[in-house]
Design a protein around this ligand. Structure first.
Ligand SMILES: C[S@@+](CC[C@H](N)C(=O)[O-])C[C@H]1O[C@@H](n2cnc3c(N)ncnc32)[C@H](O)[C@@H]1O
Length: 217
């Protein structure tokens, strides 16, 4: 049957994927971590002492990476990481987790309350909407999440802050990049090695915010 063949192909790919093996060896919850690691190493994004928001954090591999990157020698966290996801997430030591839908104003308000007026060094979003298969509807959902992340970054990033989001090559991709360019001095579209070739996913990184629409202090 076609479905079984698809499952078998997925399983074979999963079991032979070097990043899956590496994630098991490094004790990470998902191979997604190597996408963030590559972008972080190339752009020197993450450092101890920072305030970082991890949107779409479950199952938690990016949060684990943040805990290790911002970790102090005594094992505590040097900095603040607030992670958020629709789904529950197993705790990651030192990290505050909020469960909820980032599109909901009440959830955004909880996240903002957690910041308690502190501005953010790095906003990360690995959020991906549930895809319906209808390309125009899916593209609109992807664009909506990107817009919300851009608005959030505009309000809360520090002057030297950064925004990294997962996006997809859909009809709206060039519009999303154009919005990044309105908001950031440096904009990069990045396809990390750990991102599968057949996937339309591509990350967009914005560095050095241009101007602040709604500063919080
Ligand atoms: C690819 S996974 C993230 C993997 C994660 N970075 C890691 O390293 O484990 C995408 C996540 O985005 C979350 N997500 C999608 N839409 C969301 C929304 N509107 N609000 C919060 N989380 C959302 C999903 O629940 C899912 O857990």
């Amino acid at each position: 049957m076609k479905k079984n063949r698809f499952k078998k192909a997925w399983l074979t790919e999963h079991l032979t994927d070097p990043y899956v093996k590496l994630a098991q060896k490094d004790n990470y919850r998902s191979r997604a971590v190597y996408k963030l690691q590559e972008i972080d190493v190339a752009n020197r994004l993450l450092k101890p002492g920072q305030i970082v928001v991890d949107l779409g954090s479950a199952p938690g591999a990016w949060s684990q990476y943040l805990a290790r990157t911002l970790g102090a020698r005594d094992g505590s966290l040097d900095g603040t990481v607030i992670a958020l996801d629709l789904l529950p997430m197993e705790p990651v030591a030192g990290i505050t987790f909020l469960q909820g839908d980032f599109r909901e104003p009440e959830v955004l308000a909880r996240l903002e309350a957690e910041l308690a007026g502190r501005r953010i060094d790095v906003v990360l979003s690995d959020m991906a909407p549930n895809l319906s298969g209808i390309s125009s509807a899916d593209a609109a959902r992807i664009e909506h999440l990107a817009d919300l992340s851009l608005e959030f970054a505009d309000a809360w990033l520090k002057d030297e802050g950064a925004l990294l989001i997962k996006s997809f090559h859909t009809g709206y991709f060039s519009q999303v990049v154009a919005r990044f360019k309105q908001q950031f001095q440096v904009v990069k579209a990045i396809k990390p090695k750990a991102s599968r070739d057949r996937s339309a996913e591509v990350f967009i990184l914005g560095l050095h915010p241009k101007r602040r629409a709604n500063t919080v202090d």
